[in-house]
Write a protein that binds this ligand. Sequence first.
Ligand code: SF4
Length: 356
Amino acid sequence: MNKPSIYGLTLDQLTEWLLEHGHKKFRASQVWDWLYRKRVTQFSEMNNVNKECIDVLEENFSIQTLTEHVRQESKDGTIKFLFRLQDGNLIETVLMRHKYGLSVCVTTQVGCNIGCSFCASGLLTKNRDLTSGEIVEQIMNVQLHLDTKGQDERVSHIVVMGIGEPFDNFQNTVDFLEVVKDHKGLAIGARHITVSTSGLANKIYEFADLKLQVNLAVSLHAPNNELRTKIMKINKAFPIEKLMDSIDYYLEKTNRRVTYEYILIRDVNDHKAEALQLAELIGDKRHLSYVNLIPYNPVDEHGDYQRSTPEAISEFFDTLKKKGINCGVRLEQGADIDAACGQLRSKQEKKKEKVK
Ligand code: SF4
């Protein structure tokens, strides 16, 4: 039987588990240190931990539940990993190099049920949620890859923007955040972590109440209900008014800036009129708002959607700026590999189907 990943436990949960199994509290700190600071890949390497403790950990947990299936490296340093889970499912994880550090984009579900019309991942409906351990292990595997290069590089930022809707796998995402933030472990600063949701308003309230200090990004992609429902089915369940109410609550509770993701699709949502509507929608929240404009990355699966022209992108940006909205155009990374989210996995799944 497959054993769960040890990385799924927060330090408190590990401490409690070891106490319940008759071990001293300090063992938890030792094991934690071996996992996240020394980064061993076998329990038997934890050489200051007694044999009974090693045995019970080995019986109940696994350190490596993910195996690397494919790795694509871009000229700009972006690396896309396709990991195989214990049950054979494939997930994507991406390492990006920025001036400010190394950022990893993690996946939270196998497939996704949100069904955004522009997304390669949305075509493969959700198979299951990832455990918190499987989400943490994506970071660990990337960090181990960096360790093997011997350049003393560290994952410094995390974006929860890979395949899946993190708020549809809420508790595992929250446990994952607790583990990676832990100052005795990976110690990735909360302000260096961004969680992106397609707009599950009910969960934005819950997330605000947790006061985790991590950044929130909301995939808006359209400034009115008619258009948003056309490109994002989720808008039927959580229309823009409900979404903006939940964001008001989040801002009130956290006083932290919200990023609005806006994919620019040619002649769909990239007109000046939509930029004006977007500015209006953000309205008096502009001091705590940032709009991330993302030129659409065409994928074979959605041939009818094209990237906006450079002129349309400039006009959209200028219109927002003139209205006093903080915004930027996201620079493309990994353009020479399967850059769009879900593209690599989608291709590999198709290969598997052909083989069947
Ligand atoms: S964009 Fe995100 S939420 Fe929408 S279908 Fe794709 S993975 Fe799911």
